[in-house]
Ligand binder design. Structure first.
Ligand SMILES: Nc1ncnc2c1ncn2[C@@H]1O[C@H](COP(=O)(O)OP(=O)(O)OP(=O)(O)O)[C@@H](O)[C@H]1O
Length: 284
């Protein structure tokens, strides 16, 4: 079953456009949503949460149309935006009291157990929480109202490596029984290496690739060659950097011609992001 299905989203701002954004997330898996600053990740995530009006497109969550079943689906979605300001002077317990009546499936017992699991003290004020604790508090809220799809905008940004690792472990634990699915945006490719099952890559409002992680990486090759070889293959490279030996570049695996006789290897996710950020718009 699909937890999330996004079809042909279009949204035009004055200087930016989401163009036919489509991808899908299978239930019980983690998808990393990556792209450079300003690529359209937050705009896509806001669309999934129905926080912005789309020009066109369709969003289905757990098989149901978001617009037709908005109230019902809001119970099933847990979200966390990196920088939404909470009522920072309130204590956790005060804020929870305000939030929980909005959710008919609120499970107090689950909430207590998540507070304990995440080491959150209810008497702490929001302003006293570290960035990682704030993310955990949002997760505790989402999980306590039975959210099955977690949509998280840069949940690991601002966390130190230990806190980040801990959060990624929590993500993996949450999807283990196949009921919960997670879509999270990030700039940090090591997050993806550690815990994403699928990767969706957005560039300038368009989805470049959305696939299972290994298949995603296998779409590309990192190649090294000399100046003559660069002449032969330049038109096919997504982007390249010149160096004292010749060049290193990124190419679609399907475009790699054996007669070029260049050295090639699987790229890292970081290589893929770096070369795409260098590419000319003509060839993707
Ligand atoms: N309400 C708005 N009105 C006009 N333009 C907007 C609006 N919201 C976002 N944009 C523009 O849309 C583009 C995409 O922004 P978005 O926040 O989706 O990118 P992002 O991939 O999340 O970037 P980042 O990694 O920096 O958070 C940006 O150029 C931004 O300026």
């Amino acid at each position: 079953m699909l937890a999330l299905e996004i079809k042909n989203l279009n949204k035009k701002y004055e200087h930016f456009q989401l163009k036919d954004v489509s991808f899908q997330l299978e239930k019980g898996y983690i998808m990393g949503f990556i792209g450079a600053n300003g690529a359209g990740k937050t705009t896509t995530i806001k669309s999934i949460l129905n926080l912005i009006r789309l020009d066109s497109g369709e969003i289905r969550i757990m098989g149901k149309d978001l617009i037709d079943h908005e109230l019902e689906l809001k119970q099933e979605i847990g979200s966390a935006f990196g920088d939404i300001a909470f009522y920072t002077r309130s204590k956790i317990k005060t804020l929870t009291k305000v939030i929980k009546p909005f959710y008919r499936n609120w499970d107090e017992e689950a909430y207590r157990s998540y507070l304990k699991k995440f080491n959150l003290n209810e008497n702490k004020r929001i302003s006293e929480l570290s960035t990682g604790m704030k993310v955990k508090y949002r997760l505790a809220l989402a999980l306590s109202h039975g959210a099955k799809l977690l949509i998280l905008d840069e949940p690991t940004s601002g966390l130190d490596p230990v806190a980040r690792d801990q959060l990624l472990d929590i993500f993996q634990e949450l999807v283990q029984d196949g009921e919960i699915s997670i879509l999270f945006s990030t700039h940090i490719t090591s997050d993806l290496e550690k815990c994403a099952d699928y990767i969706t890559y957005i560039d300038n409002g368009r989805i470049i690739n959305s696939a299972e992680k290994e298949a995603f990486i296998d779409t590309y090759r990192l190649v090294n060659g000399n100046a003559d070889q660069l002449n032969d293959m330049e038109g096919k490279l997504i982007a390249y950097k010149k160096n004292s030996f010749g060049f290193t570049g990124l190419i679609h695996a399907r475009d790699l011609d054996p007669s070029w006789d260049v050295r090639s290897a699987l790229p890292s996710l970081e290589d893929i992001m770096i070369y795409f950020s260098k590419k000319e718009s003509a060839y993707v």
